[in-house]
Ligand binder design. Structure first.
Ligand SMILES: [Zn+2]
Length: 345
């Protein structure tokens, strides 16, 4: 063995001994961080109100939710017949809502942006806009993925909570803002291929359909209909601390327990999962666009054939949707340029 090789192997041996010695301390540290992060989340306000006057069209929203989660749409996997049905449905609903198609950019046909991905079936995003009353303001983009796992190894994954729930909420919010014009322009995007690499949301930028500098914020909706201790997470306040004073009023007098979390790295939050790249908002963050992601905690039916419409908690789902409407109304009134002033990634 050459001398330098001997030195390297000695150093490696020291490194292994050090790592083995430090490992238990790392484990204890992670446990402590996990406990304190959980305590921080638990200490945030819970539900304080149960009655409310619905502002969204709940009948239509429930119907859209059940249609997208139906066995005919069979989990909406790109390339399978159920996805084609979901695409026809979204084309019809975007048309009925009277959204403005963004037709100028390459690769779009009305609401539909078709794209190719290597080794996978073609994808289609649906994008429609509502013009804001303050034309100079950058737009807010509301996203929800409509694809899911589909039929896989002879089992059907209907993807009701994940993410028929988010798409039906997106449609209900679009209907609301058509009747109550926002200050910021709102772009509604039902995107494809989230489950297979977030290709749909990446294509919004790759296809030059959206310009990051012309966007104020992404509001991503993914999994809204399952009641786990009435919790709804807003993810992104760690990366964009200026979101906190904008959204904190929602925690008071809330229909659901709105919690800020699941956005901190392991060095801060231990083993509490970090969802800051877990869905399409990650594609916006990579482009430098601030995001807030709304979603419920994982549940036993997550990515299982049992994620069905029948298992959704419809009353809770409507309260979640109403809370997200309130969030959008607060955000629309705010100066969103503050979000980019201080960011942590
Ligand atoms: Zn999802």
């Amino acid at each position: 063995m050459a001398l330098w090789l001997r030195r390297v192997s000695q150093l490696l041996a020291v490194g292994v001994v050090c790592a083995a010695t430090l490992w238990p301390f790392y484990q204890v540290g992670q446990q402590q961080l996990t406990r304190s992060e959980q305590a921080r989340i638990d200490a945030q306000p819970g539900v304080s109100r149960s009655s409310y006057q619905p502002r969204l069209d709940q009948l239509q929203q429930t119907a859209d939710f059940s249609t997208l989660a139906s066995t005919e749409m069979a989990g909406r996997r790109p390339g399978q017949p159920g996805s084609e049905l979901a695409r026809q449905f979204l084309q019809r609903r975007f048309t009925e809502l009277g959204l403005i198609p963004i037709v100028a950019a390459a690769g779009t046909d009305g609401f539909a942006q078709t794209y190719q991905t290597d080794g996978q079936s073609d994808g289609v995003n649906f994008i429609g806009k509502i013009n804001g009353t303050a034309a100079q303001l950058p737009a807010i983009v509301v996203t929800a993925h409509y694809d899911h796992v589909g039929v896989h190894q002879d089992r059907m994954f209907p993807g009701a909570d994940d993410n028929a729930s988010g798409v039906a909420a997106l449609l209900a919010l679009a209907a609301y803002f058509q009747a109550h014009p926002p200050r910021h322009s709102l772009i509604f995007a039902a995107v494809d291929h989230e489950e297979q690499g977030m290709h749909g949301s990446k294509q919004l930028f790759a296809g030059k359909l959206l310009q990051p500098k012309q966007l104020a914020l992404n509001v991503n909706l993914d999994m809204l209909s399952r009641d786990t201790k009435a919790q709804l997470f807003a993810v992104g306040t760690y990366q964009y601390p200026a979101l906190l004073p904008l959204l904190q009023p929602l925690q008071q007098g809330s229909l659901v327990a709105l919690k800020f979390g699941h956005d901190r790295p392991a060095a801060v939050a231990g083993r509490v999962q970090d969802w800051s790249d877990a869905s399409d908002h990650g594609s916006f963050a990579k482009e430098g666009v601030p995001f807030v992601y709304f979603g419920v905690p994982d549940h036993p039916d997550y990515h299982q054939p049992t994620d069905t419409f029948e298992r959704a908690d419809i009353g809770f789902y409507h309260k979640v949707s109403d809370t997200i409407l309130s969030a959008l109304l607060l955000l629309d009134q705010a100066d969103l340029s503050v979000l980019r002033l201080e960011t942590k990634r």
